[in-house]
Design a protein around this ligand. Sequence first.
Ligand code: 3PG
Length: 405
Amino acid sequence: RTFTDPSIFAHRTVLVRSDLNVPMDGTTITDNGRVLASAGTIRALAEAGARVIVISHLGRPGGAPDPHFSLAPVAGELAAAIGRDVAFASDTVGEDAAAKVAALNDGDVLLLENLRFNPEETSKDEGERREFASRLAAFADDFVSDGFGVVHRKQASVYELAELLPHYAGSLVQAEVEVSDRLLNSPERPFTVVLGGSKVSDKLGVIDNLIARADNLLIGGGMVFTFLAALGHDIGSSLVEKDRIDDVKGYLERAEAGGARIMLPTDIVMAASFAPDADHWVRPVDALEDTPAGAAGLGLDIGPDTAAAYAEVILGSKTVFWNGPMGVFEFPAFAAGTKTVAAALTASADGAVADRLTVVGGGDSAAAVRALGFSDDEFGHISTGGGASLEYLEGKTLPGIEALA
Ligand code: 3PG
């Protein structure tokens, strides 16, 4: 269930489940993308005269209060993003929260402390989750589910809460679902999927579902070496998931038999060790073992020929979905592949941003493009969901979406 007119919430108290799980360095937020993406719904409700209670998790504190996982620093960031004051309660369903909820006036916004300080939020026991959800529900008249990044979790504030209150999808969840559905069901072609990151095991479900839907699958990141190993290449000391080689062989066969074209790197930036200042050299994939004397040799980025070939395919595509960096972009010496792919997503063949859909999926990929100096508006859509966006594209039914039906 969705809503288009926030004034239906005027004078009502609304629980908004956002995903404000932002990366932190101490008490400093290092990427505020999820706060900015969550701001629209919260601002619209407050402006419409609702009394807004925002709830979220932060990290995985393990079911007990832990100052390292406090949402307190996020309250200020949220206030800046919505242009209104945000009160903060130092607990979730305790005395402070109850007092601050009771003091809310129309248009006020209150953020509660980390939901995961309560073990019931993530409990495997449905009864415990329901009990916690009912304590939250007692605060409010309505529930707006807007934390797309967490809709793949069957947790009290995501699933059970929707059973207890009139519930609606917020504008972020609506937008994320709309884009993901377009990728799955009606992509303009050519449709190219760029997958990176270190582990192929994280991407098996997506490859499995998209191999029959996409035109091109471009593979980068550490997962490349499991593909190269499957093809019989010597990959030196590069990362490999031996128990996934058979899966990968299966995908290569399906691609060959009429699925998406799977493109693999033709060259790799190899390094003497996993370090920012490691000696490094470029080798074609059939000569990765050709290392300088004494060096072990492990692949840390796709090579320049590969990056150029991937950029060309991306530039010629009408729809592009990208998840996972092409190399160890945190080390500048191994960031070139990720930068080239990101740049190709932001430009069309004639240099202007074209009428095409570019989607960056995943918390890490979004953080990567921002860390490399790209801005969000250079892409069609930057998803706030890491695991959630991947699971949606795997074709799974997600509990937090199912609960809103
Ligand atoms: C995420 O960062 O993917 C979401 O906030 C969900 O967090 P979780 O993986 O700890 O459930």
